[in-house]
Write a protein that binds this ligand. Structure first.
Ligand SMILES: *Cc1c(COP(=O)(O)O)cnc(C)c1O
Length: 455
């Protein structure tokens, strides 16, 4: 019998609810704090930035939250996404491990980010918001939100990290196609941007800087709200459609994962795949391992500190307890732009600090070695971000080979790399740098993490 490569769900099996892991945590989450008063923030503090429905989800204790019908309809244009068994990669590696991957690159914008973009655009439209300001790293979030805003009739302004604006011109074009306005960050159109440019005119930009600009834009206009593509609880929750589908698909395959892997920038694609599986570990002590992978040049979980810090460079966002390299840290300009963030989702950070999630860091060239090996076996070219998960999946499969063990590996292929071919070109030309772990910059940035008393 031919091996089964692909596991598909029919439309009736698409999730109708999001899973909120806050309901199953073993310790209560640490509340976000007001940057001015140092006290826990309330809904009113967030109202200038987010629609009330989103604020409600951010703090909700409910385990299951219904997905509104218009959001389900939009999901139905590309969900469920396929789950693949990587038979050809297994053969290439000569491993007894079984490797499965959930392919979020199958969305129209090429990544998982559409899952929350659609939900956020919907709730903004419901509350009469006319315009959204946001930031984007490599451009995946900007393109996903541009498409979603187009669907729900909202104007969008995107502050795009300067290095990506220059490295990835097609992502900018894609946002323009969907009707968004895109500007390189730091820009001279915001005070936060002008301050950075004054002190460092040649900066490559960073997500932390772009967030300051987008938040300032949204806070200064009544018709505008802000939207974040990762990190926050509601974003992670919207992504749980990935893991819920994957659970059903693994059932179809007749297997359960021994290890669940994903790359982490702010933590959303990994949370999306992992949290529905994590539930059994939290509730019943299931032995499934969870591995989060990140770049050595931005090693938030492996080298950061777990403390209250700002989400942005200018210190305008609430303080949240998370793994952080310091809000002033500007990571080296690696190609996995979506992983260049100084912080990490509080939920992922907490589960890591409690020992439920392991973290691994990979240097850029080893990541591309794995990506090319994967692409040659499977026919899908992974995004540089997703390639960190590919690297870890290959490493797990090779360890299983050494141990003669039939390990079942599941990872999230969060996006395709068809708009990142410039990075592959550099890799083949031998021009890709392995940045040293930026010890001194991180030490400096960690000194500026604020002292916040526990509530
Ligand atoms: C944005 C992005 C990431 C990183 O963000 P997370 O919130 O950690 O998921 C990873 N992969 C792809 C394809 C992305 O677009």
């Amino acid at each position: 019998m031919a091996p089964q490569y692909k596991f598909m769900l029919d439309d009736s099996q698409i999730p109708r609810q999001w899973y909120n892991i806050a309901a199953d945590l073993q310790n209560p989450p640490s509340p976000p704090m007001h940057p001015g008063t140092g006290q826990p923030i309330g809904p009113d503090d967030l109202a200038p930035l987010f629609p009330m429905a989103i604020i409600g989800q951010e703090v909700s204790p409910e385990r299951w939250i219904d997905i509104p019908e218009p959001v389900q309809d939009a999901y139905a244009t590309y969900r469920a996404t396929p789950l693949y068994r990587a038979h050809r990669l297994e053969q290439a590696l000569g491993t007894p491990a079984h490797i499965y991957y959930k392919y979020e690159g199958a969305s129209p914008v090429g990544s998982h980010k559409a899952n929350t973009a659609i939900a956020q655009a919907f709730y903004n439209r419901e509350e009469g918001v006319k315009r959204i300001a946001t930031e984007t790293g490599a451009g995946q979030w900007g393109s996903a939100l541009a498409w979603a805003c187009q669907m729900f009739g909202i104007e969008l302004k995107v502050y795009m990290v300067k290095v990506s604006f220059e490295q990835k011109p097609y992502r900018k074009a894609m946002m323009n196609v969907f009707g968004a306005e895109v500007i390189a960050s730091p820009s001279d159109t915001t005070e936060a941007g002008r301050n950075i440019l004054a002190s460092d005119p040649d900066t490559t930009g960073s997500l932390g800087i772009a967030i300051s600009e987008a938040v300032e834009d949204a806070a200064s206009r009544d018709d505008t709200r802000y939207s974040l593509g990762s990190v926050l609880n509601h974003v992670l929750m919207h992504q749980t459609v990935i893991g819920q589908e994957a659970m059903l698909q693994m059932e179809m395959a007749g297997e359960e994962p021994d290890v669940v892997i994903g790359c982490v920038g702010g933590g959303s694609n990994y949370a999306g795949l992992a949290f529905p599986f994590m539930r059994a570990r939290l509730a019943e002590g299931a032995g499934t391992r969870f591995v989060a992978t990140e770049p050595t040049s931005c090693p938030t979980l492996t080298q950061g500190t777990y403390a209250y810090d700002f989400g942005d460079v200018a210190g305008m966002t609430p303080l949240v307890k998370m793994a952080t390299l310091g809000h002033t840290f500007v990571p080296p300009a690696i190609h996995a732009g979506g992983l260049r963030y100084h912080g990490m989702a509080p939920l992922i950070s907490q589960l890591h600090s409690e020992g439920h999630i392991e973290a691994v860091a990979h240097p850029q060239r080893a990541v591309f070695d794995g990506a090319v090996q994967f692409a040659r076996a499977e026919g899908i070219i992974p995004a540089p971000e997703s390639s960190h998960a590919v690297r870890s999946a290959i490493d797990e499969a090779l360890q299983a080979k050494d141990a003669g063990e039939e390990r079942v590996i599941l990872f999230n292929l969060s996006g395709h790399g068809l708009l990142d071919l410039g990075a592959y070109e550099q890799y083949f030309a031998g021009e890709l740098e392995d940045h040293e772990y930026p010890v001194e910059q991180i030490a400096e940035a960690l000194k500026l993490v604020p002292e916040v008393a526990a509530p």
